[in-house]
Design a protein around this ligand. Structure first.
Ligand code: TYD
Length: 136
């Protein structure tokens, strides 16, 4: 599995006024249709715990520290995302557990589809069943 996108695809312009980061959508596998973000999570908050059947996403941490465990079936891979580090591209079909480690964590998520609750699989056993029926 190869998901992380090298930070050299993102440009940072730094000077005494701070850091300006630029992500050109052309480096992504899709042009986002929806963006959402998560802030104000207490230390070590766990979120996610679902998979998507169709949705492609890109996860980008702008501050703090976030761990994302992804599962393809029962095969697990862990990513720690921090500001100015690699970003994570996630195709449909992966279960994800997200842990916002620090209270200043800002997790930005880019999506190629609108919000559709019926695209979610929120139960682990349902996910394993769906995965074994839909595994490429
Ligand atoms: P949820 O999917 O539980 O968040 P996460 O898995 O990232 O922890 O979403 C939390 C709530 O926000 C839930 O009521 C659905 C709603 N929501 C929307 O209405 N639109 C969206 O684009 C997203 C991502 C969530």
């Amino acid at each position: 599995m190869q998901h992380s996108l090298s930070p050299d695809k993102i440009e940072y312009f730094k000077d005494f006024r701070g850091t300006l980061g630029v992500l050109d959508f052309d480096v992504l596998p899709f042009i986002p249709k929806r963006i959402y973000w998560i802030t104000n999570s207490p230390e070590n908050t766990t979120r996610g715990a679902h998979a998507h059947k169709l949705l492609n996403q890109v996860f980008l941490v702008l501050s703090g520290s976030v761990t994302i465990d992804i599962f393809k079936g029962s095969e697990k891979q862990s990513f720690n995302l921090i500001a100015e580090g690699p970003i994570l591209m996630l195709e449909p079909g992966y279960w994800r557990d997200i842990k916002l480690l620090t209270p200043d964590s800002l997790l930005l998520v880019l999506c190629d589809r609108e919000y559709e609750e019926n695209d979610y699989i929120r139960d682990w056993e349902d996910y394993l069943e769906w995965y074994s029926a839909n595994e490429p």
